[in-house]
Write a protein that binds this ligand. Sequence first.
Ligand code: MRU
Length: 360
Amino acid sequence: MSPPHGLAPLDILALEDGAVVMLDQTRLPGEVTHIRYDGWSGVVDGIKTMVVRGAPAIGVAGAMGVALAAHNAAVGTDSRAAFDAEMARAIPALREARPTAVNLAWAVDQMAGIVADHEGTPTEIAAELAAVARRIHEDEVDRCKAMGQHSLALMTRGARILTHCNAGALATGGYGTALGVVRAAFEADPSVSVFVDETRPLLQGSRLTAWELQEEGIPYTLISDNMAAMMMAEGRVTHVVVGADRIAANGDVVNKIGTYGVAILAREHGIPFIVAAPTSTLDLSMASAADIPVEERDPDEVRALSLFGRQASPTGAPVANPAFDRTPARLVTAIVTEQGVHRAPYERSLAAAWTAATAE
Ligand code: MRU
């Protein structure tokens, strides 16, 4: 039996005594296995290699990595100087493990602030960091649930929702952003169904989103990315709902490569394009998405596809592999945060959401 809201948060990511344990997302859907990291550099590796991925989830993992670094340093020494030196190695490495999703820097910076301001012993600091990392995890899941409820106002009966990438429980540490919207909609109306873009090159849609939906019995149809236009033209899609890795002050959205194309298609076909993301994904220091860094990943991720058991591109084919793209705010019908539903013009509404969230 699946739990009522997908995977339990602690099955996805957990901070234990002396370890961070992650569900290995590179092995889904075939194998459900966990990796136990007993040092912060392992957590950096887990983020880089996408054992854990998705904007809120890598933020949680980064915070847990800082807490693990502190735990291990405090076991090894009571010297505050030695502890601080180890934290000065761990914090930037965790913060920079992936560049695009702002949730990682957002979470690690909170942890760094605690280390900087704390006047206690290494053991005391480590205990506080562990509590904060676990709280960040719980808060992200709660934010997702709140977004799910707010988004009900945007749904219609029998909605057929197209989503891109995986913005589910796996991507957030529980419940999900875009898939949180789907879960809430399905709970209110069991005739809701989903189109899942496979999401080349790393197939987060077919490997992860389809798996999450299947586990929960939410009806879905898996399509390759180039089928979305046809599905829309035939009137088979009523809503597009995606997550985000970073949202600029003006409402521009950076999300998984291919999102921009889906947004253009949705506009052409008069379909609402909805972005669900917690305030931890807002970066109000960016006026627009123009300066948000887009991670360029290993060319082999694009070359790796094989068909009929044979390679699908010439050996050494030159490749471009930007992992994200920028969707201008003018193509976004609504942004849903845990603070509510935001409509264009986004500046004031997103700024107010940020202020409200930071006051909580
Ligand atoms: O490269 P990934 O798999 O980490 O990219 C993830 C996405 O682009 C998601 O859509 C985004 O992080 C939103 S997750 C709630």
